[in-house]
Design a protein around this ligand. Structure first.
Ligand code: AMP
Length: 445
C-alpha cells in the first residue's frame, strides 16, 4: 500500500476534500498506519503523542465510518464518544472534527466542565452523532440523564496515559459500563506503563498495535540546549533571552501554578507581555490566554504541564523549561510542543544546581547528553548548594473535578516509560500479526 497520499487510504471524496482544504498533502506515519485499520473496524492500541498527527489519525476514519448508512430512526443517537483528559484537548479534537467533517452531515459537540452545563444539554437534546468530552462532565450528564450512551459504536480514549495519571480511571470505568459491549475501541497513549497495558487488556478486543517513534527519537527537528544558571537568576535570564534573542512566541513551563503566576508577573514587569495558564484559572481565562498567545498579543505563555497538554499551537518556535519537570517523560511532552509537523524548533532548559539529578534522569530517558551553554553574566556560583525540590506538580485537574495532587501528580515509580514492552519496532514480516505476550497485532510502518 502506498502511504504517500491520502487517496490510497480508503477515505471518501468528501473527507479527502476537507483534508486538502486543510492543506495536508501527505499522511503522517500514524495516519498512514491507523486509518486503514480503523476503517476495517479493528480496535487499536495507538502509541503516539501530540504532534504526530494522531488526532486526524482517528478522526478521519471515525467520520468515514459514521458517514455511511444511517441506521437509526428519529433523533440521531450518540454513535461515537471521544474521551480526553483535558478541556483544551477536547476543544481541539472538536475543532478537528469540524474541520474534517465539514462536507459531511454529521453533528458533533464538545462537553467539558468549568462552563455552564445548560447549553450542552440543549445541544445534546437536538441530537449529535459524535461527543467529545472530559470524563467528569460526561458523568454529570449521565447523572442528570441528559445523555444516552447506549448506542455508541466507536469509543476513542485519547491520551489514555494522562487520563490515568490524572486519576480519571474510575470515571472512565463508570462510563465504559454504560456503553454497548459490541463496539470499536481506539486507545491512544504516549507512554505504555503496566497500568495502561492492564487497562488496555481489559478494554480492547484483539487490538492492532500502531505506533510511531517516540518524539525524543524523532526530535532532530528540535534543537535542545541547557543553560546552567543559579536558582535566583532564572527569571532575569529568561527576560534577557527573550529580549536579546527577540523571541516573539515562547511557551514556558513551570512546575507549579504559583510559579507560573509569579513568573508571568515578573515578565510583565520587564515589559514582556505574558499570560499564565494552569488548572486554577477559569476555562474562559485559559481560552482567552491561549487566543492572545496564538494571535500574537501575548508574547509568552507560562504553563504547567497538565494545562499545556493538548495545546495545539502550530509551528511554535521556542519552548523554555523554566524548571525541569520532575517526571522525565514530561520533558519529552514539553519539547514536543515545538518543531511540529516539519518545522524546526528550539527547546531551552534553565537548569540550576537543584535540578542536576532531574537532568540526569531526562538524559537517561532520551539516551543523549544535552549540550550546555552558560550565558555570560549568568554564570552559576559554584559555592551555592543544592536544595531539595518541592515534589509536587502544580497543574491541577483541568478535566473537571478538584485536584487531588497526592494521587494524580506523579506516576508511580517505574510506571512512566513505555520502553520495555512497547518500544520495539515491528520486524520484517510482522505486519498485522498478533504480538507475542500482549495479544496485540502489530502493523509495520
Ligand atoms: P496532533 O498530533 O493530532 O495534535 O497534530 C499535530 C499537528 O500536525 C496539528 O497542528 C495538525 O494540524 C498537524 N497535522 C496533522 N496531520 C497532518 C498532515 N497529514 N500533514 C501536515 N500537518 C498535519
Amino acid at each position: 500500500m502506498s502511504t504517500d497520499t491520502f487517496d490510497s487510504l480508503g477515505l471518501s471524496a468528501e473527507i479527502l476534500r476537507a483534508v486538502a482544504d486543510r492543506g495536508y498533502t501527505k499522511p503522517t506515519p500514524i495516519q498512514a498506519q491507523a486509518i486503514p485499520v480503523v476503517l476495517e473496524g479493528h480496535d487499536i492500541m495507538g502509541g503516539a503523542q501530540t504532534g504526530t498527527g494522531k488526532t486526524a489519525g482517528f478522526t478521519l476514519p471515525l467520520l468515514e465510518r459514521l458517514s455511511g448508512k444511517k441506521l437509526y430512526r428519529g433523533q440521531r443517537p450518540v454513535r461515537a464518544l471521544i474521551l480526553t483528559p483535558t478541556r483544551e484537548l477536547a476543544a481541539q479534537v472538536g475543532e478537528s472534527i469540524d474541520t474534517y467533517g465539514k462536507h459531511l452531515h454529521l453533528k458533533s459537540t464538545v462537553i467539558f466542565g468549568g462552563v455552564s452545563i445548560n447549553p450542552q444539554i440543549m445541544k445534546l437534546k437536538k441530537g449529535v452523532d459524535i461527543v467529545v468530552s472530559t470524563p467528569g462532565r460526561l458523568l454529570d450528564h449521565v447523572n442528570q440523564k441528559t445523555i444516552d450512551l447506549s448506542q455508541v459504536e466507536i469509543l476513542v480514549l485519547d491520551e489514555a496515559d494522562r487520563m490515568l495519571d490524572m486519576g480519571f480511571i474510575h470515571d472512565v470505568r463508570k462510563i465504559l459500563k454504560l456503553l454497548p459491549s459490541k463496539r470499536q475501541n481506539l486507545l491512544f497513549s504516549a507512554t505504555f506503563s503496566n497500568e495502561i497495558k492492564k487497562f488496555a487488556d481489559s478494554l480492547l478486543n484483539s487490538p492492532v498495535l500502531v505506533e510511531v517513534a517516540r518524539r525524543n527519537t524523532a526530535s532532530e527537528q528540535v534543537e535542545q540546549l541547557i543553560h546552567p544558571v543559579d536558582r535566583v537568576n532564572k527569571s532575569k535570564l529568561l527576560s534577557h533571552l527573550i529580549i536579546s534573542e527577540r523571541w516573539k512566541q515562547v511557551l514556558v513551563f513551570t512546575r507549579t501554578k504559583h510559579g507560573a503566576n509569579r513568573l508571568s508577573q515578573h515578565l510583565e514587569k520587564d515589559g514582556i507581555t505574558s499570560a499564565a495558564i494552569h488548572g486554577n484559572k477559569s476555562q474562559n481565562a485559559r481560552t482567552q490566554a491561549l487566543a492572545n498567545f496564538k494571535n500574537g498579543n501575548v508574547r509568552v505563555l507560562v504553563a504547567t504541564d497538565i494545562a499545556a497538554r493538548g495545546l495545539d499551537i502550530d509551528q511554535l518556535p521556542h519552548v523554555v523549561n523554566f524548571e525541569l519537570p520532575s517526571v522525565p517523560e514530561d520533558y519529552v511532552h514539553r519539547i514536543g510542543r515545538t518543531g511540529r509537523a516539519g518545522c524546526e524548533g528550539e527547546a531551552m532548559s534553565l537548569v540550576c544546581i537543584d535540578e542536576h539529578k532531574l537532568l540526569k534522569d531526562i538524559e537517561r530517558l532520551i539516551k543523549r547528553k544535552l549540550p550546555q551553554k552558560v550565558i555570560p553574566g549568568f554564570e552559576p556560583n559554584p559555592s551555592i548548594k543544592a536544595e531539595p525540590i518541592q515534589k509536587r506538580r502544580g497543574g491541577g485537574r483541568p478535566g473537571g473535578k478538584p485536584s487531588d495532587s497526592s494521587k494524580s501528580s506523579y506516576p508511580k515509580k517505574g510506571s512512566g516509560s513505555r520502553g520495555k514492552n512497547f518500544s520495539s519496532k515491528p520486524g520484517k514480516g510482522q505486519s498485522n500479526r498478533r504480538g507475542s505476550s500482549q495479544g496485540f497485532r502489530r502493523r509495520a510502518k
